[in-house]
Write a protein that binds this ligand. Structure first.
Ligand SMILES: Nc1ncnc2c1ncn2[C@@H]1O[C@H](COP(=O)(O)OP(=O)(O)OP(=O)(O)O)[C@@H](O)[C@H]1O
Length: 630
């Protein structure tokens, strides 16, 4: 005798369900696409596993999905004779969110349903979409090859709990019955269901069957017969010639394989024949999933061998920096029993991968060249920081990736990253040799840095970098099209100095030397050197990294990551034209000189976003100095 156990959903599942029902209400019919897509995955898995273990077929030769409905009792049923699930798998897959990233994400929701529902696009839709249309869902499943008495029935109203029961199940696979909500009559209709299937699931690789109906002349209506008929084409979309596939079909196929309810940004579809034979259909999504930065996240490509599904998440087919690409690769050259280990060091895979990467980058280049920049801007906002990883990861395509980068710069001054390195070079003056950048913790800090003063005055554009990965990025991108990339906070910026120095008299030069010596002596131990600046016009002082040292921004990042960073003193640069510096130059009293010099040093550190060693001492010093002059 079986007994019924009641389990509570994880709180996160409840939250997700509520959000999904709210967000997808106007798109209700996708529940069918999602369930059919899951059924198709289950058939794919069975077909693959049965290659090496025929017993899993349990004597059934045809793999298919059946969709039926019952108007009287208000139910729709979607069944497959695929791989099925064990009881433990049901618990793990349905009603739990194993992924820690999901939990973290949900903790960040605002509670404002309208606002949060925009975020649902970052999730896969999947099984839970059943609850948009159903007030109770019954899932019955049995793993292929298991004892027929070992089936599992899962029932839930989608309100906090589900029950589990062990049942006899004759046919392997999964059967899902949706008890439809009161206002969902439209779906209890042959024509409507058939229509949804042909819109979204025509190219599912397996037959989808419905009960055949016949016109009953007497009753003047369609009547069900005992026969089933196939209602989809069941041809894998990627095997069709490009010219015969509509945009709508490409879009629907994307949504089916990705469980993403947004449209894709772009796709590339190629058939390759010759020494290698394969087809690839690759999609670039519009919106990043919430777990794009989660290390445990699965990758998006499905691998097929001669139309037989082999595996999901075939991460060797795309490098990590293109992990957002979804789609299908179907090879005629790999063996059916190919494993993840074999994929790791396989020449065929390497070739497919490098050609696929080129296609994706080529497509991005095309989108980037569009006159209307909104599509590329959208892509960049979602995936720009991931693409930057490619500069380090993919040496062979470094140039191509560098061309796809976009930056905020002093040209417009706003935070939007929309300037390419090519745009920058086109705007460069003839005598400018380098591409200049500044890195800070935030865009505002970069934009407000005193280091920019001279660049502004001379009309030289500077890249304003403030993404965490940027420090790493510039350390791997020394040059672009023959122009060096140079930090404006680095020690030597001689090119800015030359013209200034030529105009100086010998006397002025000596005075400046005396000034720097004096200040250096006054705050010895805090700075590695004191120099006259070429960078400032309005501020009295700034700090720069001593030659050979790592930048202060990098040092801060390393400290945050718990790494030991050797103590390094910066160079203090003084602006001799500034009134405060002029006053210091005249100062005789050593104690006073020390206080003023420290004060300049500390404010320069603050302007650089640098935390002060002793903030309390700084405030005290400032107040004393203010009181003196008031
Ligand atoms: N018909 C089915 N047969 C066998 N297993 C299934 C079936 N439907 C769902 N599952 C299992 O439940 C899991 C969760 O399904 P769900 O639709 O929630 O997410 P998913 O298919 O993994 O897609 P995504 O997370 O991208 O939305 C699946 O990964 C699969 O293991």
């Amino acid at each position: 005798m079986s007994h019924t156990e009641t389990h509570a959903f994880q709180t996160e599942v409840n939250q997700l369900l509520k959000l999904m029902i709210h967000a997808l209400y106007s798109n209700k019919e996708i529940f069918l696409r999602e369930l059919v897509s899951n059924a198709s995955d289950a058939l794919d898995k069975l077909r693959f596993e049965a290659v090496s273990n025929d017993a899993l077929n349990e004597g059934e030769s045809e793999l298919a999905i059946t969709v039926t409905f019952d108007k009287e009792v208000r139910t729709i049923n979607i069944s497959d004779n695929g791989i099925g699930m064990t009881r433990d798998e049901v618990i793990a897959n349905i009603g739990t969110i194993a992924n820690s990233g999901t939990k973290k994400f949900l903790e960040n929701l605002s509670g404002d349903q309208a606002k949060d529902s925009n975020l649902i696009g970052q999730f896969g839709v999947g099984f839970y979409s059943s609850f948009i249309v159903a007030d109770e869902v019954t899932l019955e499943t049995r793993k292929a090859g298991d004892d027929k008495a070992e089936g599992t029935r899962w029932i839930s109203k989608g309100e906090g709990e589900f029950t589990l029961e062990t049942i006899d199940k004759e046919v392997k696979g999964t059967s899902i019955t949706l008890h439809m909500k009161e206002d969902m009559d439209e779906f209890l209709d042959q024509f409507r269901l058939k229509n949804i299937i042909s819109t979204y699931s025509d190219h599912i690789n397996f037959p989808i069957k419905m009960v055949k109906t016949e016109w009953d002349e007497e009753a003047k209506e369609e009547k069900a017969t005992d026969e089933l008929e196939q209602v989809n084409k069941a041809t894998a979309l990627w095997t069709q010639p490009k010219s015969e596939i509509t945009d709508e079909e490409y879009k629907n196929f994307y949504q089916t394989i990705s469980h993403d309810f947004n449209e894709p940004l772009a796709h590339v579809h190629n058939r390759v024949e010759g020494t290698l034979e394969y087809t690839s259909l690759l999609y670039i999504p519009k919106q990043a999933p919430f777990d794009l930065y989660d290390r445990d996240r699965r990758y998006g490509l499905k691998l097929y061998v001669k139309r037989v599904f082999i595996m999901d998440d075939a991460e060797h087919l795309m490098p990590a920096y293109l992990r957002f690409v979804r789609g299908v690769i179907d090879s005629a050259d790999l063996p059916l029993n190919v494993s993840r280990e074999i994929l790791q060091s396989n020449k065929v895979v390497d070739k497919i991968r490098s050609a696929s990467v080129k296609r994706v980058l080529g497509e991005l280049e095309k989108v980037a060249k569009d006159e209307d920049q909104t599509r590329y801007q959208g892509f960049w906002e979602q995936f720009g920081n991931v693409l930057k990883e490619g500069l380090v990861e993919d040496f062979a395509n470094k140039e191509k990736i560098a061309k796809l980068l976009r930056f905020a710069t002093t040209h417009s001054g706003d935070a939007q990253q929309n300037v390419s390195l090519q745009d920058y070079i086109e705007r460069m003056g003839e005598e400018q040799e380098a591409i200049y950048y500044i890195i800070a913790d935030t865009h505002a800090a970069a934009k407000g840095s005193p280091h920019l003063e001279m660049f502004r005055k001379k009309g030289i554009e500077v890249l304003l970098l403030s993404d965490r990965i940027d420090e790493w990025l510039v350390s791997h991108l020394d040059e672009f099209e023959g122009k060096k990339l140079k930090s404006i906070t680095a020690a030597d910026l001689k090119e800015l100095a030359e013209e200034d120095e030529q105009e100086l008299s010998e006397e002025d030069k000596q005075a400046r030397e005396a000034l720097t010596e004096k200040v250096k002596k006054a705050i010895e131990g805090s700075v590695s050197d004191v120099r006259i600046t070429h960078r400032l016009t309005d501020s009295p002082a700034c700090v720069v990294t001593a030659e050979g040292d790592i930048s202060s921004h990098m040092a801060r990042m390393m400290e945050q990551m718990g790494q030991a960073v050797p103590k390094q003193n910066p160079v203090l640069e003084l602006n001799p034209e500034h009134i405060l510096v002029k006053k210091i130059e005249q100062m005789e009293d050593e104690a006073k000189l020390k206080e003023w010099s420290l004060f300049l040093f500390e404010q320069a550190q603050l302007a650089d976003g640098e935390p002060l060693a002793e903030p309390g001492a700084f405030i005290k010093r400032m107040n004393t100095l203010l009181a003196e002059v008031m």
